[in-house]
Design a protein around this ligand. Structure first.
Ligand SMILES: Cc1cc2nc3c(=O)[nH]c(=O)nc-3n(C[C@H](O)[C@H](O)[C@H](O)COP(=O)(O)O)c2cc1C
Length: 194
């Protein structure tokens, strides 16, 4: 048994290295490389049912900057200490493709004793519940429900609920695999969201 194994919230990881959700974990290639590199858990790029959130990722600009904020070419040769400036969005995949990707990636993760985590950033609670249930039915072992994105502090009313507490408890009762609820640590509403 690995001496690096840890248990977090009842979930055992072979080691405490968790590849956090982001652009590098959108495509199969990025997810597979994190799994094969030995991460204890890999959190897939978050998704939801919001078309603007999907479009936002496709429209996002990325700029690699040096230590004097000069723009660099962003390629395989970009200096490792460059800063990457961007405004992210969410997975551009539709529901079926997103679920199929999770199942595909989970198969590979299991071969490496890695936990594949499905992640949803809340747009609406019913969409989040539907995704949590679909992940559970598909055998995905851990679900991350992110209600803590910075934009949560000033929610467009049509897309976000005013309080995150009912949303968290609805997800808690909707699905049974270990769930991680991420309240905002980056906004002044952190305490209200907890
Ligand atoms: C470009 C970018 C995209 C991200 N996308 C997501 C996301 O889709 N879902 C999510 O839960 N967190 C997302 N995050 C947050 C990261 O997973 C991570 O929690 C955060 O960057 C803090 O870790 P760090 O201090 O190592 O950067 C993103 C972060 C960055 C910089």
């Amino acid at each position: 048994m690995s001496r690096l194994a840890v248990t977090i919230g009842g979930v055992r990881l072979k080691n405490p290295v968790i590849a956090a959700s982001g652009e590098h974990l959108i495509d199969d290639a990025g997810i597979l490389s994190a799994i094969r590199a030995g991460a204890g858990a890999v959190v897939m790029k978050s998704a939801n049912e919001s078309a603007p959130a999907q479009r936002q990722l496709l429209q996002a600009e990325y700029a690699a900057l040096d230590h004097r904020w000069n723009r660099l070419d962003w390629s395989g040769d970009t200096a490792a200490d460059a800063t990457l400036l961007t405004r992210s969005g969410l997975s551009p995949l539709g529901f079926d493709d997103w679920l199929a990707q999770a199942v595909r990636m989970d198969l590979e993760a299991r071969k490496h004793d890695c936990l594949l985590v499905g992640s949803v950033v809340m747009a609406g609670i019913e969409g989040a519940v539907e995704r949590a249930r679909a992940l559970e039915a598909a055998g995905i072992r851990v679900f991350e429900f992110n209600i803590g994105t910075p934009m949560r502090a000033r929610p467009p009313r049509a897309r976000f609920r005013p309080s995150s507490r009912p949303s968290a408890s609805r997800i808690w009762s909707a699905a049974s695999p270990p769930r991680s609820i991420s309240p905002s640590g980056s906004s002044c509403r952190a305490r209200a969201n907890a």
